[in-house]
Design a protein around this ligand. Structure first.
Ligand code: UD1
Ligand code: MG
Length: 455
């Protein structure tokens, strides 16, 4: 039976190197904030309590923390006096918690759950402190894990405070630490600021814990996993690592990605079996793709965007694209075909409906087996409000028609090509709303003859 767990995520950094009005930890990877990724990972450990430490005035960060779960407690660290001080900002949680404590950084979003579990296992095995380390290709800037002759970690030395010899050490502190000590707040309270930066270093807890007779042990993970994000270029690197991982999982679960490196997924993309995704497809948040769906090349599919949280589902056997654009609220029914240059937003497309070329289908319903001709536009917006278009089952909308909402086309009705439909069309009727054709026999020949005579 594992000991109850308190997790503390440090998110007080301003992240000035992002050059952004948005706090660093709210920048997104795969459509979810870095903080959201870390809290998602933390949740899988079933912690008893979760704390997030934010900087003063960082209400948006606190709100994002609470959005991950109402039980998440937020604490403000008034001044950035170092990582130990940041953990102590959560003192009310620390002091009332009996059990293990896991400290993580919100700007390290690629951590794997297995790695966190391994740290906990060390505590179960008797360690008082468990430190996550990695072999850095370039250790500059990181805290070094200093070991004794037996390989046990005796201290962490921050780069700025390290001697030339110590700087040669490549085993670095990733920033994640787990504790099973009787009174962590008291231990952290003993940390001083006598170092190069004048900060209260959490990493000093290692030497203090050892002095108290605790065993300190280490888990080593890959550098990829503990990439800390400080700038936009590092954000892009993290995004590509995340995407690579997720594509492998999706393929492992039975989807074919023809050119995996060109498919972009979101943190919550759900993909069924025997789905095929062709090259250059972007899938934003809130998308569910059921079994046997084909997404053809160059399609853009987003289920949640800003305040538009409707979500998007592509049901079994549907074919989407190439060059399709699906937006929030699109419900693409079984065996529906959405072809090239078709945009669908907030519309239920029922089983077997088709819109194969060049159309805007926004706000409404397209009944089963209905056919939307090339160039059809649902005129849903009057400059103030959106209105609904309802196309009945088996209806046929001729090419280049404008359906001016609110409007209903009955089951099985026909709309003649080029119509501008402003009134409801009953079931099984034909509606034609365009200027009648006028044909003048021989007109063109006479016209040409006249133009040739006059230079
Ligand atoms: C820290 C570690 C270092 C490790 C490195 C890994 C310490 C003293 N050093 O160094 O050993 O190799 O991470 O990336 O812990 N924070 C606060 N309040 C503060 C200071 C920091 O909330 O007063 C937060 C930051 O937002 C960040 C995290 O703590 O999420 C780490 O702080 P940062 O200043 O980036 O530490 P590093 O110098 O990178
Ligand atoms: Mg850092």
């Amino acid at each position: 039976m594992a000991s109850p767990l308190l997790t503390i995520v440090l998110a007080a950094g301003k992240g000035t190197r992002m050059r952004s009005d948005t706090p660093k930890v709210l920048h997104a990877i795969a459509g979810r904030s870095m903080l959201g990724h870390v809290l998602d990972r933390v949740r899988t450990l079933s912690p008893e309590r979760q704390a997030v430490v934010v900087g003063p005035g960082m209400e948006a960060v606190a709100a994002e923390a609470r959005a991950a779960g109402a039980e998440v407690e937020t604490y403000v660290q008034p001044d950035q006096r170092g990582t130990a001080d940041a953990v102590l900002a959560a003192a009310p949680a620390l002091k009332t918690h009996q059990g293990d404590v896991l400290v993580l950084f919100a700007d390290t979003p690629l951590l794997r759950v297995e790695t966190l579990s391994r740290l906990r296992d060390l505590l179960e095995g008797g360690a008082g402190v468990a430190v996550l380390g990695f072999e850095a290709a370039d250790p500059t800037g990181y805290g070094r894990l200093l070991t004794d002759a037996t390989g046990a970690v005796v201290a962490i030395r921050e780069h700025a405070d390290a001697s030339t010899d110590e700087r040669r050490v490549r085993l670095c502190n990733a920033g994640v630490m787990a504790f099973r000590v009787p009174d962590l707040a008291a231990l952290l309270g003993r940390i001083g600021s006598g170092n190069a930066k004048g900060e209260l270093y959490l990493t000093d807890a290692v030497a203090l814990a050892r002095g108290d007779g605790h065993v300190v042990r280490t888990v080593v993970c890959s550098e990829d996993e503990v990439l800390g994000i400080n700038s936009r270029d590092q954000l892009a690197v993290a995004e590509s690592i995340w995407q690579r991982r997720r594509r492998l999982e999706v393929m492992h679960d039975g989807a074919t990605l023809v050119a995996p490196d060109t498919v972009w997924l979101s943190h919550d993309t759900a993909i069924g079996r025997d789905v095929t995704i062709e090259p250059n497809v972007f899938i934003g948040p809130g998308v569910v793709i059921e079994d046997r769906v084909t997404i053809r090349a160059n399609s853009h599919i987003v289920g949640v965007h800003g305040k538009d949280k409707a979500g998007l589902r592509i049901r079994e056997g549907a074919i989407v694209g190439p060059f399709a654009r699906l937006r929030p609220g699109a419900d693409i029914g079984r065996d529906v075909h959405i072809g090239n240059f078709v945009e669908v937003k907030n519309v239920v497309m029922e089983t077997g409906a088709k819109a194969n070329h060049l159309a805007y289908i926004g706000d409404g319903r397209v009944g089963a087996e209905a056919n939307i001709g090339a160039g059809t536009i649902f005129c849903n917006y009057d400059g103030f409000q959106k209105h609904q278009t309802d196309v009945g089952a088996g209806a046929f909308i001729g090419s280049n028609s404008a359906l001016v909402a609110p409007v209903k086309i009955g089951d099985g009705a026909y709309v003649g090509s080029g119509s501008v439909i402003t009134k409801n069309v009953p079931a099984d009727a034909l509606a034609v709303a365009r200027a009648p054709q006028e044909t003048r026999e021989g007109w063109a020949a006479k016209y040409r003859a006249r133009r040739k005579r006059k230079p």
